[in-house]
Design a protein around this ligand. Structure first.
Ligand code: NAD
Length: 433
């Protein structure tokens, strides 16, 4: 099948590459010409395990191409996916500028029947609006489908190749069947392809993300209370996870969720609620608790140093919003570092994949170290922000010998409190005393 994917970011690049891997001819389109140039050379602008090999293989076999020419890509393809960004606007709603801009351009480029598929996360009703926008631009027939994406950054290729489910929102059964065929190679082990109406598909994506985010904020709220009453959130997590009605996922207390999806999707859903005169009380609380986690972490640091942060040196391990990605969008590291910088602290940081992004955000205001130990030279404390595997079993003796003060603020509960305290560290974590 000839496929175009418009928007070659975390979702579009993974989707396009995986569709090519299953034998389709895929052209990935982006308006960022630098990105397209580097992709043509096989240079992947994002950190995503397993992706470079797939891109390289499919580039070589000429099933995958990259272009800035949307017009030609539309003419060549039967199915056109929209995977452009839908960031948060100032009022909390989803900014749909790119979606409508691309929709118009697709309409203008159409020369025959097309299947247009919205993969970006968009508020309920967006696809209907988009259909009208496209109709104004073309006389050719088309079907408009919603196909929200559920991949996780850091495991995106695996998630795309082996999805828990595929959701297709379609008001026309024949068009839905085209997508069912396209996804058939990925659901051979029996994962369902749910065919629903377009509005339900749009809403399903938000509901799933909001629920996962709510689990995290719920645990963080319980963790805060644990600190007050002297209970241990890690044992509570284990006890809850063992309950088959609850299950183990998304129960880790920490610095809260970040990234390009949960924070913006929650705000967009709250905004949709407001538009329909329905106050989304739970999700507002989820957002508030989440924003509070990073600030509570800073408060704890300030309290330890009796509010005298000026000229203190902090070594930061982890900057990306979660392990196995370079993405720093809405990462908790940003408000934490900004707060400490504004109080006069010096920050030396290391992230296995996020250094380039960090440079763009902090410039020369922080020092970037060549490895995690180098962050700790004369440090007054280590701040563990992102739980990369490489940080889980460090050489504590080496750390202690480098630091001015052996203090760890562990924002992800990756160390054993009694073990690190026995080694002479002052240790703070989340929801454990
Ligand atoms: P991204 O910012 O990584 O990629 C978006 C791409 O679209 C960029 O490369 C950008 O240059 C391109 N673009 C923007 N305007 C364009 C235009 N007019 N023409 C052509 N290209 C244009 O975003 P992402 O993380 O891949 O997310 C894309 C969508 O998928 C969002 O709606 C997001 O909510 C959703 N989503 C993301 C994830 C995730 O884990 N990142 C998971 C599921 C769903």
């Amino acid at each position: 099948m000839n496929i175009a994917v418009v928007g070659t970011g975390y979702v579009g690049l993974v989707a396009g590459s995986c569709f090519a891997e299953s034998g389709n001819d895929v052209v990935c389109v982006d308006n960022n010409s630098e990105k397209i140039e580097s992709l043509r050379k096989g240079v992947i602008p994002i950190y995503e395990p397993g992706l470079p090999e797939i891109v390289e293989r499919n580039l070589r076999d000429e099933r995958l191409t990259f272009t800035t020419d949307l017009d030609a890509a539309v003419k060549k393809s039967l199915v056109i996916f929209l995977a452009v960004g839908t960031p948060t606007s100032a009022d909390g709603s989803a900014d749909l500028t790119a979606v409508f801009e691309v929709g118009k351009a697709i309409g203008r480029a159409m020369d025959r029947y097309k299947v247009i598929v919205v993969k970006s996360t968009v508020p309920v009703g967006t696809s209907s609006r988009l259909r009208e926008v496209i109709k104004k631009e073309t006389k050719h027939p088309f079907d408009l489908l919603s196909n929200p994406e559920f991949l996780k950054q850091g495991a995106a290729v695996d998630d795309f190749m082996k999805p828990d489910r595929v959701v297709v929102g379609a008001d026309d059964v024949r068009a839905a069947e085209i997508l069912r065929d396209l996804y058939a190679p990925f659901v051979r082990t029996g994962s369902p392809v749910l065919i629903v109406d377009v509005r339900t598909a749009e809403m399903l994506k938000y509901a799933a993300n909001a629920f996962l985010a709510a689990r995290i904020s719920f645990m963080n709220e319980i963790a805060t209370l644990c600190e007050q009453v002297g209970a241990d959130i890690e044992m509570i997590r284990k006890g809850m996870a063992a309950d088959s009605r609850i299950g183990p996922a998304f129960l880790f207390a920490g610095l809260g969720f970040g990234g390009s999806c949960f924070p913006k999707d929650i705000r967009a859903l709250v905004h949709t609620g407001r538009e329909h005169k329905h106050d989304m009380k739970i999700l507002q609380a989820v957002d508030q608790v989440n924003t509070g986690q990073a600030l509570r972490f800073v408060d704890r640091i300030r309290t330890h140093f009796q509010d005298n942060i000026r000229d203190k040196r902090f070594g930061v391990w982890g900057l990306a919003f979660k392990p196995a990605t370079n993405d720093m969008r809405d990462a908790p590291s940003i408000p934490i570092i900004e707060n400490l910088l504004s109080a006069g602290a010096h920050i030396t940081a290391y992230d296995p994949a996020g250094m380039e992004e960090a440079k763009k955000i902090f410039g020369s205001r922080i020092t970037l170290a060549s490895n995690n130990y180098n962050c700790l030279e004369s440090a007054d404390a280590l701040l563990l922000i992102t739980e990369w595997q490489a940080f889980r079993n460090p050489n504590f003796e080496r750390m202690k010998s480098m630091m001015r003060q052996p203090i760890i603020f562990d924002g992800r509960n990756i160390y054993d409190p009694s073990q690190v305290r026995e080694m002479g560290f002052t240790y703070y974590s989340i929801g454990r005393v």
